[in-house]
Design a binder for this molecule. Sequence first.
Ligand SMILES: [Zn+2]
Ligand SMILES: [Zn+2]
Length: 407
Amino acid sequence: MPPTQSKDYYGILGVKKTASAEDIRKAFRKLARKYHPDVNPGDKKAEEKFKEISEANDILSDDKKRKIYDQLGFYSDQIDPAQAEAAARGGYGYAPGGARQGGGGQGVPFDFGGFDFNDFASQSGAGRQQQPGEGGAGWGSFRDIFSGIFNQGGREQRGPQAGTDLEYQAQIDFWTAIRGGTTRLQIQRQEVCPTCKGKASTGGSQTCPECHGTGQVTQMGGRMKFNIQCPRCGGTGKVENPCPTCHGEGTVTRTEQVDFRIKPGTRDGQRIRLAGKGNAGVDGGAPGDLYLVIRVGPHPVFTRQGDDIHVPTPVTDSAAALGSKLALTIFDGRAQLKIPPGTQSGQKLRMRERGVPSSADDSKRGDEIVTVDITVPKVQDERSKEILREFAKLNPENPREAMWAKV
Ligand SMILES: [Zn+2]
Ligand SMILES: [Zn+2]
């Protein structure tokens, strides 16, 4: 028998125990829309919540499963409904009242009074095939039942819980990434509830809805019935009034504009961390962090590789042949590029430290790399044509010679 864990599926979906299938379906859809991972990207708390409501819906929307859950207070695939019914009638149960309280681990009291362990051991195989010679099996199952109860006992305990981290992507343009600047982003985050200051309650108490003030609930373990301390109120019979603003969550979801400072030289894919700007913690827990993943947009002329900027640059044939100095625009002003005589098309000329300032080290800067693209003049007048013909006669070399030599 696997450990069973009792969860308040009705409470999770916020419906009454008498809720119709339609009520359950509606409640689940409403919560699913709120906590769906697609609506809360990167929000672990919402993800957990979504799993929880999905599990509750899985059990409560299925008539057979719901019946078992209603009778036993938990659900397991290994239980058949007829057996659950028999157990719920209390054939092996123990009636509460006047019993001594047995001490249990983690301070969860349970009753042993009037309980026959031998009987238990002999009955423990009811839900499965008992293997021959499996003498100690009853005790194993017994422990399983209690581990389930103990785990569950600690489930509702509240205390400071750290907030989760958030991650968003921000598209910034090419120049903002290089020069630095700010970008504004709309984010959704959980903030400490302004009404209860994260305490989840505004003080005062009400009768515990789980145990109706008795401090004890009955849990079925297989065909056995146990009285355990109410997990909702910890046995006090009272729970704190939930805060009306946050409905007992301690946090509220807010949409917020956040301005991020973009350092000069920020690269595509870089993560910026804003400490403490993630989801708020609960009951005094530290807030999570907010991460921004930078996506740098392209530029029609320049391309960036790390801190180097590449730019294809047209150069006239005469300037490339004779050599010259070109005035080029770089991102933070102008720079002179020396074209050596005899420069060929496709040749890369490096302008040292004229690229992007390093975001990691202020004293460093990348290079600007110019790829020469030689332009051919469109000759119209006779005089120019004459000069070019003469030039060709003076320079009879065949540029394809080297290529044919390799064929
Ligand atoms: Zn209670
Ligand atoms: Zn509140």
